[in-house]
Write a protein that binds this ligand. Structure first.
Ligand code: 5AD
Ligand code: SF4
Length: 504
């Protein structure tokens, strides 16, 4: 038997192994029930991240690939993982065949996100059989669910490593274990969460950067899995955030997005200081970086101080992403959103008054259990009243372990699909109208790169987050230009550069 045959045989044997025998030593399983608990313990902040001696060269001559699903938080986590792997000597690749380590950073928010991941895990099976030394890891929000871990254990034993959202900093040890052990390594912490500062980071771009300001969520909307997968709300210290933003500014970044599952709750958990998102934005306003965004907001915690700071403009852009989820106060109550249709509109009007040119975007769920036609129509009428620039719209997806998943539901899936289509038709109509109104205007655009459809065209975004396509030399990438809008499409704008002269 040659070396290759021996490896295949070993991999084959692994498929049949009973993993329960390893649970004692390498199996630290998740528990959504445990993850739900919120205690009074202080959040620990760790500033001492380091790659342990002996693990710094594990990646020499090896390549990694991280496939990321889900939100910006996940994208940013992947940047941290890439940073750690690079410090261990790995280099990155986009070729699955070539990768020695493949990490799938997963999203648990809806069933279809999970299905995609299981599809991908399935596809990797043959590759693992052909090349048993490849390490396949699953991480991110899905790993925090026991049902997912059990399914991987029983149906996908070619996976080598499962870890969660709270122990990314343990990647060196986990990768080492996965490389040297024949067992599936599973380490998922179902805790409230700590804060790990100074993890290495390989940022994807040099123009736009993400900055975490807080982690976790304590809102427990009845449909949402995030409070279970991401732990309790915990804010980074303002000085650590400000230092990171300054560092990005010094390194030529043009735009930062402050990230959190519920950024408006920023600071509430900082026991020693009375400090909120408004205070933080006030500080960040003074930093020499052209654009600052933040996401995601919860209407409940959007306070007057924040509105007044945002109204001062400067580098704080006039784009507010304000998820509403439903236009019916009854549905909002069942969702436990803790605001009503009326109070949402009142807040939005207050923001519009303070920031007249603000663009508004939102998230909407249709087909929440037992949503009536009338309640759905309230969502339609709210969308029209709000005149959103755009909206992310979803069919409700039951998530195991959440309260809504236990509700009986009398709305057929077909009706939910029709509601989504009806909603999207209105959202698109509004987007097209809003874009049409931009024709003839001159707008500031941060040039991000080649347009996805045509490499001869560059594209970028306005302060209000509208996508603009225009002809310009590649040297304009990463700069701010002024573009006259010549043509509006439903989801984008076409234009021509009017300033600066060298880019025209
Ligand atoms: N089903 C459908 N959509 C959901 N979202 C969150 N949980 C669910 C779910 N169970 C949507 C919300 C949220 C966005 C990120 O995803 O609209 O704002
Ligand atoms: Fe998906 Fe939420 Fe996890 Fe982001 S935090 S990856 S949206 S489940």
């Amino acid at each position: 038997m040659n070396e290759e045959q021996r490896r295949r045989q070993e991999a084959g044997q692994r498929q049949e192994k009973d993993y329960s025998q390893y649970f004692q030593t390498t199996y630290e399983p998740p528990s959504l029930k445990q993850a739900k608990k919120r205690g009074k313990e202080d959040v620990e902040i760790h500033y001492d991240f380091d790659i342990p001696e002996g693990m710094k060269n594990i990646g020499e001559g090896r390549k990694f690939l991280i496939r990321t699903y889900g939100c910006q938080m996940n994208e940013h986590d992947s940047e941290n993982m890439a940073g750690i792997l690079m410090r261990m000597g790995f280099t990155s690749t986009v070729d699955t065949e070539e990768a020695d380590v493949i990490l799938i950073n997963t999203c648990a928010i809806r069933e279809n996100a999970e299905n995609k991941v299981f599809g991908e895990i399935g596809h990797l099976k043959q590759m693992k059989l052909d090349n048993p030394e490849k390490i396949i890891g699953v991480c991110g929000c899905m790993s925090q669910e026991e049902a997912v871990v059990n399914r991987i254990l029983s149906k996908h034993p070619h996976v080598d490593l499962i870890f969660g959202t709270h122990n990314i900093h343990r990647l060196p040890e986990l990768i080492q274990n996965a490389i040297f052990s024949k067992e599936m390594v599973i380490e998922v912490w179902s805790k409230e969460g700590d804060i790990i500062e100074n993890m290495p980071r390989a940022r994807k771009g040099k123009i736009q950067g993400w900055v975490n300001i807080m982690y976790g969520c304590d809102k427990f909307c009845t449909y949402c899995i995030v409070p279970y997968t991401r732990g309790k709300e915990r804010s980074r210290r303002p000085e650590d955030i400000i230092e990171e933003v300054r560092h990005l500014a010094r390194n030529g970044y043009k735009e930062i997005t402050l990230l959190g599952q519920n950024v408006n709750a920023y600071g509430k958990d900082l026991a020693d200081i009375d400090y909120g998102l408004g205070d933080l934005m006030e500080e960040i306003r003074k930093i020499d970086i052209p654009r600052v965004r933040f996401t995601t907001s919860h209407p409940r915690d959007f306070d007057d101080h924040l509105i007044s700071v945002l109204a001062e403009g400067g580098n704080l852009v006039e784009h507010i992403h304000l998820p509403v989820q439903s236009g019916s106060s009854d549905v909002l109550k069942l969702m436990s959103r803790k605001y009503t249709r009326e109070s949402y509109i009142e807040l939005a009007n207050k923001i519009k008054q303070a920031i007249p040119h603000a663009s508004f975007t939102t998230d909407i769920i249709v087909g929440f259990p037992n949503e009536t036609e009338e309640q759905f129509e309230e969502t339609l009428s709210l969308v029209k009243e709000m005149e959103y620039d755009s909206a992310f719209t979803y069919i409700y997806s039951p998530r195991d372990g959440t309260p809504a998943a236990k509700m009986e539901d009398n709305v057929p899936h077909e009706v939910k699909k029709q509601r989504l289509a009806r909603l999207n038709a209105i959202v698109n109509e509004l987007s097209a109208e809003k874009n049409k109104a931009c024709e003839g205007q001159v707008v500031e655009v941060l040039v991000e790169g080649e347009s996805k459809k045509n490499p001869d065209i560059l594209s970028g975004r306005t302060r209000t987050n509208r996508l603009v396509n225009f002809a310009a030399p590649k040297s304009a990438v990463g700069t701010l230009v002024h573009v006259e809008i010549t043509e509006a499409k439903t989801w984008s704008l076409n234009g021509r550069v009017v300033e600066p002269a060298e880019v025209k």
